[in-house]
Design a protein around this ligand. Structure first.
Ligand SMILES: O=C(O)CCC(=O)C(=O)O
Length: 327
């Protein structure tokens, strides 16, 4: 099975991301969307802790955060459903306007009740679609993805998480600038994201944007960990831990990078396109302010030969992370 052609590999190495048009056939996209629809319609609200996914950090009330953390932290070997937060645009509107429009833009109203049907209120589904959902499993653990991982230099590529991000019409939240290796930290960093558009993604419905080449100068400085006292947070890297720039491009590159400006380039894509994302590259996506959803599926791989420790928020299931080499 063929992986990347040399121009694609060169683009990825230079820019830290790569768009591969038409990676999924329309038939496969339809099958994955059908599965997504069934999951969204099928999950029970009873017993759900109503955990919202906040890409910006931990800003829920303590009690809700605690319940949410358990639901989130235990999702490594499950398919779980995280609601849109949807309140981010409110501060720019003074009351009473903000109070009037809130029910129409947030997944929840001020009493905590859902303002949308549940299938229109979910931000993301995760994190074990690659092992528990048959259609997502077969397109993830595939010869094609194994060949791509090999071309990217992986010896023992492990799929450690997978997600559907729905970016629902009107309430789909922004994802602030980040580097995936801060959330999926190996020492040294090795994460690569495989991001598939299940619908067209553009400036209006919140496509990705990237800082091209930032993987060469933007070191990982903090990592997302489980806290001893419970919950999650960011922790500075320890002495001698790899930052993803020094090991690959040298100390001078990392030091020069401290002074670089971040210039984002938009990555509009069509349904079926694949985007590969280096774990150090800075990327983000904006709110979906349009009336059209932006469904995507993404999974991440790490190098199994690197150290993945017990402080990472995401811990391996009993059988370990899925081995792409074994497909
Ligand atoms: O799909 C998005 O909007 C953000 C996804 C992303 O940043 C990621 O998977 O690292």
């Amino acid at each position: 099975m063929a992986g990347l052609i040399s121009e694609q590999l060169t683009f990825f190495k230079d820019n830290g991301y790569l768009v591969i048009p038409g990676e999924l056939s329309p038939g496969v996209v339809d099958e994955l969307k059908k599965e997504t629809g069934s999951l969204l319609n099928g999950f029970p609200l009873e017993g759900h802790p109503m955990t919202r996914f906040s890409a910006g950090g931990q800003n829920e009330e303590d009690e809700r955060k605690h319940v949410g953390d358990d639901y989130f932290l235990g999702s490594n070997d499950k398919i779980r459903f995280f609601f849109e937060e949807g309140t981010l645009i409110l501060p720019s509107y003074p009351p009473p306007l903000s109070l009037l429009i809130q029910p129409f833009i947030d997944a929840f109203d001020s009493t905590g009740a859902l303002t949308k049907p549940k299938y229109l209120a979910i931000n993301k589904i995760g994190h074990a679609l690659h092992s528990l959902s048959a259609p997502f499993r077969s397109m993830t653990l595939s010869q094609r993805n194994k060949a791509i991982a090999e071309d990217l230099g992986f010896h023992d590529p492990r799929v450690l998480q997978s997600m559907i991000i729905c970016k629902q019409p009107e309430i789909g939240g922004a994802v602030p600038p980040h580097q995936d290796s801060a959330f999926l930290y190996t020492d040294p960093p090795s994460a690569v994201g495989f991001w598939y558009a299940l619908e067209d993604a553009n400036a209006k419905n919140g496509c990705l944007s990237f800082v091209p080449g930032s993987h060469k100068w933007a070191p990982i400085k903090k990592r997302f960990v489980r806290r001893d006292a419970g919950g999650t947070g960011f922790e500075e890297l320890g002495e001698g831990q790899g930052d993803g720039v020094r090991e690959r491009f040298g100390s001078a590159a990392a030091e020069a990078g401290e002074k670089r400006d971040e210039e984002f380039v938009m990555g509009e894509v069509k349904s079926g396109d694949l985007v590969l994302i280096d774990g150090n590259v800075l990327h983000k996506s904006e709110r979906n302010t349009s009336g059209v959803s932006r469904w995507i599926y993404t999974f991440h791989i790490i190098e199994g030969e690197r150290k993945y420790d017990e402080t990472n928020w995401l811990q391996p299931p009993e059988e370990g992370f899925s081995r792409l080499n074994e497909v």
